[in-house]
Design a protein around this ligand. Structure first.
Ligand code: NAD
Length: 281
């Protein structure tokens, strides 16, 4: 049974994942290599809980207790007795392999190690540990407290027991699971990223303005937000990293990243999180 949960990485996704676990009575330990990210994450959690309380989604008097369930830890040894760790660090394979090697050493050997990766092979991440049967993909959607879906990805070695623990956890969070085989981008990003990349090509080729591309897709296909605004929300560095994994993984030119996306990431225009992407924030 899952009791305390470690969340590794306190960026956009890490803060949302910590929020949702704490909201559902789990003790959460939060770690990030940059202390400023932790501070920002704690403020974001408080602000988002306040918003949920204003909307009547949670009782206002539950907020202090939820916040009280999130403890900051100084390094991975703070996860030692967690029964689950969810990794939500930057989308970079070498980094994740290294973090899973370290987690494998630092965390109780019976614990499950999950990754929130958007695209990277769960099988390869699992192989970096001595417990591949207890490694799984648990892919939350952004923003985590709002979005219903959790994509669950089994690596080649993931055990049925691990899968069942995570499936019942998703249910306890009041979320809905979609199960994917372990191939680049899984379900959601395999389909979403080519659309976002194509929207960036449309802008690059001067077909329309960013506003009109987004208007076209919002009102023309009934999407809640346009692909360029969504790319800004996800983070353009993350979008580029995911498309690069698809391109490498399938060796198919249909996944080649648009040069404009590459240029924007090189400029540090990462979308909402950096204040500038296809739009200004
Ligand atoms: P982010 O850039 O907002 O946050 C990444 C965090 O990881 C940062 O706070 C960074 O300091 C931290 N980090 C980097 N190296 C670290 C290390 N060695 N140890 C501890 N922390 C470290 O990115 P994000 O959007 O939160 O994405 C995190 C993960 O979630 C990625 O794998 C991404 O693909 C996935 N994801 C993102 C989205 C999205 O919409 N942004 C959606 C689903 C999944």
């Amino acid at each position: 049974m899952v009791k305390s949960i470690g969340v590794l990485g306190a960026g956009q996704m890490g803060n949302g994942i910590a929020h949702v676990f704490a909201q559902h009575e789990y003790q959460v330990r939060l770690y990030d290599v940059f202390p400023a990210q932790i501070e920002k994450a704690l403020k974001t959690i408080e602000k988002n809980l306040g918003r949920q309380a204003e909307k009547g989604l949670i009782p206002a008097d539950s907020v202090p207790a939820i916040l009280g369930r999130v403890t900051v830890v100084k390094d991975l040894s703070g996860f030692a007795d967690c029964s689950l760790v969810v990794e939500a660090a930057t989308e970079n394979e070498a980094l994740k392999l290294d973090l899973f090697r370290q987690l494998d050493e630092a965390v109780n050997k019976d614990a499950i190690l999950a990754t929130n990766t958007s695209s990277i092979s769960i099988t390869r991440i699992a192989a970096a540990t001595k417990r591949p049967e207890r490694v799984i993909g648990m892919h939350f959607m952004n923003p985590v407290p709002v979005m219903q879906l959790v994509e669950v990805i089994r690596g080649l070695a993931t055990s049925d027991e691990t899968f069942q623990v995570i499936a019942s956890l998703v249910e306890k969070l009041g979320k809905v699971m979609a199960v994917s085989q372990d191939y680049p981008g899984f379900i959601v990003n395999r389909i979403l990223m080519p659309m976002i990349n194509e929207a960036i090509f449309a802008l690059y080729e001067g077909i329309a303005t960013a506003e009109d591309i987004d208007k076209g897709m919002k009102l023309g296909t009934n999407h809640p937000m346009g692909p360029l605004a969504l790319a800004d929300l996800i983070g353009l560095d993350t979008v580029l990293a995911i498309i690069a994994v698809l391109y490498e993984g399938f060796k198919d030119p249909k996944f080649r990243p648009c040069p404009l996306l590459v240029k924007m990431v090189n400029a540090g225009y990462l979308g909402k999180k950096s204040g500038r992407g296809f739009y200004m924030y």
